[in-house]
Design a protein. Structure first.
Lengths: 461, 94
């Protein structure tokens, strides 16, 4: 009988997280404080993060112990199963062996609790009584709410008002786990009051919600703030995914040629990929692919026309794809994952050529998600569908090349509270329209004289 | 003069990569304190000529603020917010 699921016993749950900072080929420069211009120190972040998490944020240690109390909570859903996608392989008629790591089995339905739990724990140890955060649709807010409930910490979630009104189920999940969830802008903070004074009907934004959450943390007694992505300690906690994958691959007697994850802020991708990046640094031949949305397919046709310096120089220079000022002057880099919302470590590893960024268009992601649901059964979160779309591309490529590749994908979460997005796809409300050729040519002519980037290293062009 | 381009109606929604759910153009148009979200051109380019529409709608200052200002890295944003919140706390204690 074929082995469908590769389980790890609880005794094999990793006891340490892996810290990529110890192995970065290009060491990360410390971010500079925008006020002083000096490197950010622990005291700068202390108003919102406990010192034990700040220490992790800057730690150079390669492996960091996972506390027993965190392991106890992890054991509710970890180790997560790794599946062999036989049905998808058969459907695609591919010689590739496809594996996916199921992070959707956590109580919150995604990879997010891998960091919300240790963050709540370290706050508890540091004496924090209350944690604030912001959320959009509520994936992070619900994960943090659950984690806080395990450690007896009060959780306050500022949920963007338009999301609060449109996504009642995740809000109810947060409340079920005991969190207090308010629509942002709220009357509870000066930041919220200021917005409401200007526009009582403001639908809110993540920017406003984070302002409220940080203000509540700084001004509240025994209160700290928690972020679910981007920061180093978040990436660190998520590596439990990839560390488990390495053990499960060994049980399967396999090793991936390709590792795929979707990347928004980068945490689920980093969690699965970083332990394999370490292997790659040490000589393994692996194609590690971070997949992002390609909302505007024509962007990849624009040249790198000029530099764009990062405000705090966390990346040395930022060459951009552009179609020129007459067309889209926004700091867009389709396929480059160099958005400022991306984890700096992921961005740097792209520049170092260790991670390959790819972008897939919207319709392809939903088609991939439906193919996955009809072969492997699981209905994926729309973000996860980006990874599935790339997985399918790679599996088809293996078929066309006649190569027996092994592909590993991180299945970061289910989409059971995201069915509105599927409905829009199935009712034909989504589209990928290519822009007219003459418009692209006109824009490209406009920028022909602009300077070329001064620096270019690996990454997608 | 009337804008020759008509944006999609609110019933036409796309997935917001920031919020993680479906949203209409009218929200993206005012997301950043009444100026457009910095990703609006990218996200809506597939659906209609958002760039031309917004060029007509926005003042040069609004356009620059929305699209030509480098977004800050997260850590920098957090540090700014901490400094701002400290001032709120100081004012409250006076």
């Amino acid at each position: 009988m074929e082995i469908k699921k590769i389980f790890l016993p609880e005794s094999e749950l990793p006891r340490q997280w892996y810290n990529i900072l110890a192995d970065m080929p290009t060491p990360m420069e410390p971010p500079l404080h925008p006020g002083t211009g000096k490197p950010v120190g622990p005291e700068d972040l202390a108003p919102i993060f406990p010192m034990n998490l700040i220490e992790q944020e800057v730690s150079p240690k390669r492996f960091i112990d996972i506390p027993e109390e965190v392991l106890k909570v992890y054991s509710i859903w970890r180790p997560t199963p790794m599946y062999r996608a036989y049905n998808l392989e058969k459907f695609l008629k591919t010689p590739a062996k496809i594996y996916f790591k199921n992070e959707g089995v956590s109580p919150a339905g995604s990879h997010k609790p891998n960091t919300s739990v240790p963050q709540a724990y370290y706050n508890k140890v540091a004496g924090t009584k209350r944690i604030t955060t912001e959320t959009g649709a509520g994936q992070w807010g619900s994960a943090l709410s659950m984690a806080c409930s395990f450690f007896g910490i009060e959780c306050k979630v500022y949920m963007v008002k338009i999301s609060y009104n449109q996504k009642p189920y995740r809000r109810l999940m947060m409340e079920t786990w005991g969190a207090s969830c308010v629509a942002s802008p709220s009357t509870e903070t000066k930041a919220g009051q200021s917005i409401l004074a200007q526009n009582p009907d403001s639908p809110g934004s993540l920017g406003i919600a984070i302002s409220e959450a940080v203000e509540a943390a700084v001004t509240g007694k025994d209160t700290k703030y928690s972020l679910g992505s981007v920061l180093n300690h978040v990436m660190l906690h998520q590596t439990v995914i990839g560390l488990e994958c390495q053990k499960q691959m060994a049980i399967a007697g396999d090793y991936p040629d390709v590792v795929i994850g979707c990347a928004g802020g980068g945490s689920n991708f980093a969690g699965c990929a970083f332990p394999f990046v370490r292997d790659k640094i040490n000589g393994k031949n692996i194609d590690i692919i971070a997949v992002e949305p390609l909302s505007c397919p024509t962007m990849t046709r624009g040249p790198f026309a000029y530099d764009f310096g990062d405000t705090v120089m966390m990346t040395p220079l930022m060459p951009m794809h552009t179609l020129g000022h007459s067309f889209v002057p926004a700091p867009i880099h389709a396929g480059g994952l160099r958005y400022h919302g991306m984890a700096p470590t992921v961005s740097q590893l792209i520049l170092d050529g260790l991670i390959r960024p790819e972008a897939v268009p919207q319709l392809e992601t939903f088609q991939a998600g439906i193919t996955f649901a009809r072969t492997e059964g699981f209905i994926s979160a729309p973000e996860t569908n980006h990874a599935i779309a790339m997985l399918i591309r790679e599996a088809i490529k293996a078929r066309e090349e006649g190569k027996k590749k092994t592909i590993l994908m991180n299945w970061s979460g289910h989409g059971l509270v995201d069915m509105a997005a599927y409905e829009a796809y199935m009712r034909g409300k989504l589209s990928d329209h290519a822009l007219p050729e003459d418009e692209i040519h006109r824009a490209l002519n406009d920028i022909a004289v602009l300077p070329k980037p001064k620096q270019y290293r690996a990454g997608k062009i | 003069m009337k804008n020759p381009i008509t944006p999609p109606e609110d019933s036409h929604q796309i997935r917001c990569r920031k919020l993680g759910h479906q949203i209409s153009f009218s929200y993206c148009r005012i997301e950043n304190l009444n100026i457009p979200c910095s990703k609006i051109l990218e996200c809506w380019a597939d659906h209609f000529n958002a760039a031309e529409y917004l060029k007509f709608e926005l003042t040069p200052d609004e356009w620059e603020k929305a699209f030509e200002t480098a977004p800050k890295p997260k850590i920098s944003t957090l540090l700014d917010l901490i400094e701002h919140a400290k001032k709120v706390k100081e004012n409250a204690s006076r």
